[in-house]
Design a protein around this ligand. Structure first.
Ligand SMILES: [Cu+2]
Length: 334
């Protein structure tokens, strides 16, 4: 993944997303990206501030700021009158620099933790071509509805390929992960990612971002020493996420920490609306802290009315202080 042209990457994503939604126009402004929807009666713009340039000394091959809005819609094919989305996954080993002092031997999909955020619309056919190049046996278990032979609990040996294929159902926010024992270890090493199934009617326009909370048992003592949003501890603390004032943010949030019974998630100076497991089109509650068990995931929506820097983190503060901490940088409208 190139990290040199972040606004371009954001533009590409948004163009793709726009095409997917069948929207009318897209343009770049000095303030960043502006997406326009021209409906019969309303005009909705999605404003995404440009991402800061990444430093040339960045250690990891992926940039968590890019991962935020990096949706993989697959290679789209039409087969027997159906939309098929084909994804290529490769299980790999790679070293993550978690902090200046800590390197971590990760097991992952396509060289990144979390793996690709794959996305389909309810009723599409999903085909994931999974090649294991990681040395160990791994598997790929999807949440959602599928047959037993697609459940991904059988080991796939190094050098082997398996094709997983199923209908995208039901709409909502799902995940995938390796299911080889000890699963705690295989997930803790980084073999997981998010799987979004959009409802056929779509959701309202928003700046959509993805966050996966993960933990790292660095010294293999059965406890996590470091935590992260999207792979790298404290990344969004040190590189705040730019979002636009008054812009609806749709956060796809997954708890993938393995060694704690649950994590909470909290945003500062605001409230969010909760769409549990992404399975509803209307929110079930509004709050500013939510508790999520392992593999629980929700869509959270919010917007900030006042520019400035706002923290987000689990309210288990020792976990926040061990890397699961970030900031939104709310950019003012001019
Ligand atoms: Cu595995």
């Amino acid at each position: 993944m190139s990290n040199q042209n972040l606004p371009v990457k954001a533009e590409l994503y948004n163009r793709r997303h726009l095409l997917k939604l069948g929207l009318a126009s897209v343009g770049l402004t000095g303030a960043g990206l502006v997406l326009s929807t021209f409906g019969q009666k309303q005009k909705t713009k999605v404003k995404v501030p440009p991402l800061p340039k990444r430093s040339a000394t960045a250690a990891n091959s992926f940039n968590p700021l890019v991962l935020l809005r990096d949706f993989d819609y697959g290679t789209v094919k039409q087969e027997n009158g159906r939309t098929v989305r084909e994804f290529n996954f490769e299980a790999r080993n790679s070293t993550l620099q978690l902090t200046r002092a800590v390197d971590f031997a990760s097991w992952n999909i396509n060289g990144r933790v979390p793996g690709p955020t794959i996305r389909a619309t309810a009723g599409d056919r999903v085909r994931v071509i999974f090649r294991n190049s990681a040395g160990h046996s791994h598997s790929l278990h999807f949440h959602g509805i599928h047959s037993a032979d697609m459940d991904g609990v059988v080991p796939i040996r190094h050098g082997s390929t398996k094709v997983f294929e199923f209908d995208a159902e039901p709409f909502g926010l799902h995940l995938y992960h390796c299911h080889i024992a000890p699963v705690t270890r295989h997930i803790g090493k980084g073999l997981y990612g998010m799987f979004i199934i959009d409802p056929e009617q779509g959701r309202p326009s928003a700046d959509e971002i993805v966050m996966v909370m993960g933990g790292y048992d660095v010294n293999e003592d059965g406890r996590n020493e470091l935590y992260a949003f999207n792979g790298i501890p404290d990344y969004y603390k040190e590189h705040p996420i730019p979002i636009q004032q008054d812009q609806l943010i749709r956060l796809y949030l997954l708890n993938m920490t393995e060694l704690e019974p649950a994590l909470t998630f909290h945003i500062h100076a605001n409230m969010f609306r909760v769409y549990r497991t992404g399975r509803t089109l209307t929110p079930s509650e509004e709050t500013d802290v939510i508790t999520m068990g392992i593999a629980e995931r929700h869509i959270l929506e919010f917007s900030y009315g006042t520019p400035g820097m706002y923290m987000f983190h689990p309210h288990q503060d020792q976990i926040a202080e061990a890397g699961c901490m970030g900031n939104f940088n709310v950019v003012g409208n001019t």
